[in-house]
Design a binder for this molecule. Structure first.
Ligand SMILES: Cc1cc2nc3c(=O)[nH]c(=O)nc-3n(C[C@H](O)[C@H](O)[C@H](O)COP(=O)(O)OP(=O)(O)OC[C@H]3O[C@@H](n4cnc5c(N)ncnc54)[C@H](O)[C@@H]3O)c2cc1C
Length: 393
């Protein structure tokens, strides 16, 4: 069907990413899930394919393509049936290096953006701490200026790409008495002296590598500051909209893929002498799910359109994240049910997809926090303004 958002060039790109995921990713799912991480070689390969700098400037190796290419890329990532893999790649491109791409100095772009785009360095984003997740302004990690360096101390928790990542976009306090107005973003090499990392054992997203990271007197040159000192909280609040949109795109696509796999099974599996696809109880549930997924996709696409066209989409991104992550949990549960006992067996991707969907309503801002943001806008009439904006993003 013709789309109001995608051109025939976009469709060709989708075909190429789909083939790549089917050939290079899906056959490795069991191995990567068991190894509890994806290999660095897949980042190298994706870098070579030009998949890691879709919206970034050509002078740094990116393709400078429009955001719809990213939407397609993310939708295809989600068809891998591995939330862990999708997270590792999307955090790298859309949550960690986007700050450097938008407001980083030419020095930072050369040193970190270029290798991130060509897939030779893996990036992570460090906001959450053992005692501060939803309340970002309450973070305790500090960066104290000493001559031409910052000395960093503190701990970060739940950091995706944390164990094998090469560098981190770190949120830390450069002014400890200014609350949200004292947060800065600083790039830290994760192999630097004083950094120690501990891998976390998770319920799902097994192929993503999640870590607790400690920083003990880690010395970082002041050139590693991203943008302005003490403006980090506002940079984060704005970029979290992109993070939530990215999560929403993947949640809808993952749910749609689960439905696709389930429909195939419903037609193959027989009970009481006919395919289970013929039972009305099942058909009605599938009809409800298909309706919700289609409506969610349209809302997410329209939010992407508004984002591309420079609108402030705090409300829409929060609504999209809230609705699609909750939908994904319901979708995986419904689909698994129709696989019967096989849905509970690891050989069937729906088993992993069910497990992986659970964290969607927690990571990147919980459902409760999404409701808080929406409530502030809808009930209190709160308004937001732009902090920064780059072309094509
Ligand atoms: C697998 C995984 C990967 C992650 N990757 C990253 C990463 O790469 N980088 C990173 O920085 N972080 C990452 N996170 C952290 C994630 O963003 C946080 O877990 C999330 O923001 C919630 O913070 P918290 O866990 O500290 O929960 P808390 O903030 O302690 O919240 C606990 C509960 O209280 C509720 N709550 C808190 N405040 C309110 C309120 N005002 N009103 C109502 N309810 C409230 C929450 O909704 C939640 O239910 C990851 C987490 C996971 C699990």
């Amino acid at each position: 069907m013709q789309s109001q958002y995608f051109t025939s060039e976009h469709d060709l790109f989708r075909q190429s990413v789909r083939q790549f995921i089917e050939k290079e990713v899906v056959p490795n799912a069991e191995t990567w899930e068991t190894q509890r991480q994806i290999p660095i070689s897949i980042f190298n390969l994706m870098g070579e394919m030009g998949y890691l700098g879709i919206n970034y400037p050509e002078e740094y190796g990116g393709t400078n393509a429009d955001f719809w290419y990213s939407v397609i890329f993310l939708e295809e990532l989600a068809r891998s049936t591995m939330g862990g893999f999708s997270t590792a790649v999307s955090v790298h491109q859309y949550m960690a290096v986007n700050h450097i791409a938008k407001i980083g100095s030419p020095f930072l772009k050369e040193k970190y953006l270029v290798p991130a785009i060509n897939g030779t360095k893996v990036a992570s984003l460090g906001i959450s701490e053992p005692n501060a997740g939803s309340d970002v302004s309450a973070i305790l990690s500090t960066a104290k200026r000493e001559g031409d360096n910052y000395i960093i101390n503190g701990s970060k928790n739940f950091i995706s790409n944390g164990t094998y990542g090469d560098f981190i976009t770190l949120a830390c306090k450069t002014n400890t008495s200014a609350g949200a107005n004292g947060v800065s973003l600083i790039v830290v090499d994760l192999n630097a002296e004083g950094v120690s990392r501990t891998k976390l054992n998770k319920m799902g997203w097994h192929s993503s590598d999640t870590a607790e990271i400690r920083f003990d007197n880690v010395s970082v040159p002041v050139q590693n500051l991203i943008g302005m000192e003490n403006a980090g909280f506002y940079y984060l609040m704005e970029s979290l909209q992109l993070e939530r949109l990215v999560a929403s795109v993947m949640a809808v696509s993952g749910s749609a893929h689960a439905l696709e796999l389930t429909l195939q099974y419903l037609h193959e599996r027989e009970a009481f002498g006919r395919p289970i696809a013929k039972f009305q109880a099942i058909r009605h549930k599938i009809a409800d799910l298909a309706t919700e997924i289609d409506i969610a996709r349209e809302f997410v696409y329209s939010t992407c359109w508004k984002h591309i066209n420079g609108n402030i989409v705090v409300k829409e991104c929060s609504m999209a994240k809230l609705f699609t992550s909750e939908l994904s949990k319901r979708a995986m549960d419904t689909c698994l049910q129709f696989f019967g006992g096989y849905g509970y067996i690891e050989d069937y991707p729906i088993c992993r997809m069910y497990r992986d969907a659970r964290v969607g309503t927690i990571a990147g801002g919980t459902s409760e926090i999404m409701r808080e943001i929406i409530g502030k806008i809808v009930v209190d009439g709160a308004a937001y303004k732009k902090v920064y904006r780059a072309e094509n993003s």
